[in-house]
Design a protein around this ligand. Structure first.
Ligand SMILES: [Fe+2]
Length: 306
């Protein structure tokens, strides 16, 4: 039986007053898919009312620091998909993944080799070694690397009430050969907020809220496509069951333990900063695509779809 309404043609909104054709395309497609969803599931009034109540609660419970709609988008994999569509990466380039809710612009600039963790930050000592290269294997001089992460308790600086100073975050400029390093804290797994509608959705689906441990990076350099990504240590729990679908195999790294105090000193650690007799050493090579390479990749991808 066809339930389509003969009076309204809901699949196509055509309005000559709409100035933005892209907006019209998006709204038309959204309405079309919503109608298909209702037909396919035989959505009834009671169910739709529950959906409206759920979305209303999501709006009411959103704050500056916890946007339930972003959480819902993450939990449904939409944020990861939009990121993949927006930032396609040619072969050989580092995969991107979403920035998450704790990025803060204008983090303090620190020299390569400095510590991003303030004295007393909870967690085990970690030394991060990075390179930023292009697809030809050449180091990218002056690449800027924004780094931010949770501490050893799984909490970001901005989540601590009254925080005024950056901790476990900073902006580093790569050396002439594209290398950079910093001292910090090994990140640990943490749960996304689950006390609102987003959490209810996870529980309804039998999923947990825990993200694997990770460090966020945002890299940019003139002439290169910006890269926002995150790296995950292979020893972390929850790698295969990320509630926001952001964990990619290519971003999972083997992090090794360094137990030689002479090496700790060479990295810039003082003995008192090292707990459990080890410093975690994390190395990764970032590969950025040039703006031209990404444009060409998008052109080829669009052509393949035709
Ligand atoms: Fe995060």
């Amino acid at each position: 039986m066809n339930f389509s309404c003969p009076i309204l043609a809901p699949h196509t909104i055509s309005n000559s007053l709409v100035k933005d054709p892209r907006k019209l395309q998006l709204i038309n497609a959204l309405v079309s898919h919503l109608h298909t969803f209702a037909r396919e599931t035989s959505l009834d009034h009671a169910e739709w009312t529950k959906v409206v109540e759920f979305l209303t609660r999501a709006g009411k419970e959103s704050t500056d620091y916890k946007n339930e709609f972003i959480l819902l988008s993450d939990i449904m994999g939409l944020s990861a998909l939009v990121d993949e569509l927006t930032h396609p990466k040619p072969a050989g380039c580092t995969d991107s993944c979403e920035a998450g809710p704790f990025y803060v612009p204008n983090a303090p600039e620190v020299p390569s080799g400095a510590s991003l963790a303030k004295v007393g930050t909870t967690g085990e000592a970690m030394f991060f070694n990075g390179t930023v290269k292009n697809t030809k294997g050449q180091g990218i001089r002056g690449a800027k690397i924004d780094v931010w992460q949770a501490d050893g308790d799984g909490i970001y600086d901005v989540q601590y009430p009254g925080t005024t100073e950056a901790n476990d975050r900073g902006k580093i400029v790569a050396e002439d050969d594209g290398t950079f390093c910093y001292r910090g804290i090994l990140p640990t797994a943490y749960p996304i907020p689950s006390d609102g509608p987003g959490g209810d959705l996870l529980r309804t689906l039998g999923r947990h809220p825990h993200r694997a441990a990770h460090i966020h990076f945002m890299l940019n350099a003139p002439g290169y496509d910006d890269l926002t990504t995150a790296l995950y240590p292979s020893h972390s729990p929850f790698l295969g069951t990320d509630p926001v679908f952001a964990t990619r195999k290519s971003l999972i790294c083997q992090v090794v333990e360094e137990r030689d105090p002479k090496r700790w000193e060479a990295m810039g650690f003082k003995n008192r900063e090292v707990t459990r007799g080890r410093v975690w050493v994390w190395s990764f090579g970032f590969v950025l695509a040039s703006v031209e390479e990404v444009e060409e990749f998008k052109r080829q991808r669009a052509k393949a779809k035709l």
